[in-house]
Design a protein around this ligand. Structure first.
Ligand code: FAD
Length: 300
């Protein structure tokens, strides 16, 4: 049986932690598709796979189910996401118990996005959820951070101050929002470290491989699009193969630059696309292996 593993231990063992994010299919969609993708992804040996929760406001109960399969059938550590803003304490407590029941060692604590018409007020911020979980379990608790600032924040100083509150409440590592300009991310890291936030932070990278992503998820996050990406889109939007290849190349280049800059890890938003995950992993795995090997030598 695979040993139980906390993500904080991965950061102690490795110089670079490499993980993927997937999302559960919609309630009426075929769940088999995600397992087909996981069968392919398994070969790429990510350190863990995170599974989103109720993203976009749908009450999606498949996160726990998929987390359990990821752990038991694929032998990969899951990081189940959990949101709180639209839930009561009882609902969050039940969701947390569900994760304990499957032996989850890690949870990503999020506020979630507001849903029109939902009026629950038990949790205002992710830091409230972090405290809630910390009082009830010894799981590792991940949190989200925003290299370009959270869209609701008045400014970066305020956002980082709030991030510090969240980390102080018990967060053990952070996963960043997607971004396309590494200089923004590296500047952000400097600010976060200066603010005394010293937990490991993984850079969130989303390969842009479909035209629909530009107007969808990217627009939703408000991420800045460098002109290099805009040119790529303008040139290849109507050529799916060319856009996929260009998107894989851009993400690979971005990751190599981040690894060169000494980041703690890469969290790849693979959007359930096993082909993209495999191609990018093939490109960067030798570098990650080398870095992790060097780290081992340093630590003995
Ligand atoms: P918080 O950390 O609570 O921050 C939200 C805002 O409140 C920020 O502007 C912050 O500065 C401010 N704030 C925080 N604390 C305080 C305070 N004490 N006083 C005043 N202001 C404060 N959404 C989903 O629905 N499901 C998912 O699975 C999911 N996964 C995600 C994974 C990652 C890695 C990321 C980056 C985002 C994810 N999201 C997900 C989206 C996320 O829920 C939204 O971005 C949401 O708007 C904020 O969540 P948070 O946990 O960062 O909130």
């Amino acid at each position: 049986m695979k040993k139980i593993m906390k993500i904080s231990n991965l950061f102690k063992e490795k110089k670079v932690v490499y993980s993927f994010e997937i999302f559960p299919p919609k309630v009426n969609d075929d769940i088999g598709k995600i397992y087909d993708a996981l069968s392919d992804i398994k070969e790429t040996r990510p350190d863990y796979i995170s599974i989103t929760y109720s993203a976009g406001g749908s009450k999606n109960s498949r996160t726990k189910e998929i987390a359990e399969i990821v752990k038991k059938n694929y032998g990969i550590e899951p990081l189940a996401h959990l949101t709180c803003i639209n839930s009561s304490r009882e609902e969050v407590s039940a969701a947390l118990q569900g994760l304990k029941d499957i032996g989850a060692e890690n949870v990503l604590a999020l506020r979630g996005d507001r849903i029109d018409g939902e009026v629950k007020t038990d949790f205002a911020y992710a830091s409230d959820l972090v405290e809630f979980i910390r009082e009830r379990s010894n799981m590792d608790i991940g949190g989200a951070c925003y290299p370009e600032g959270h869209p609701e924040s008045a400014n970066m100083v305020e956002d980082i101050r709030n991030l510090k509150r969240k980390v102080d409440a018990g967060v053990t590592h952070l996963n960043s929002q997607l971004f396309f300009d590494n200089d923004d991310y590296l500047r952000y890291l400097d600010m976060v470290r200066l603010a005394g936030i010293d937990v490991p932070i993984q850079a969130g990278i989303m390969p842009l491989v479909k035209a629909s992503q530009f107007g969808g998820i990217v627009k939703m996050t408000g991420a800045k699009l460098p002109s290099k990406i805009s040119r790529m889109y303008n040139r290849f939007a109507d050529d799916p193969t060319a856009l996929t290849e260009a998107g894989i190349a851009y993400a690979t280049d971005q990751i190599i630059d981040l690894l060169s800059s000494g980041v703690d890890g890469i969290h790849l938003y693979i959007m359930n696309n096993a082909y993209v995950a495999k191609r990018i992993t093939e490109n960067i795995q030798p570098i990650i292996d080398k870095l992790n090997c060097v780290a081992k030598n340093i630590k003995v």
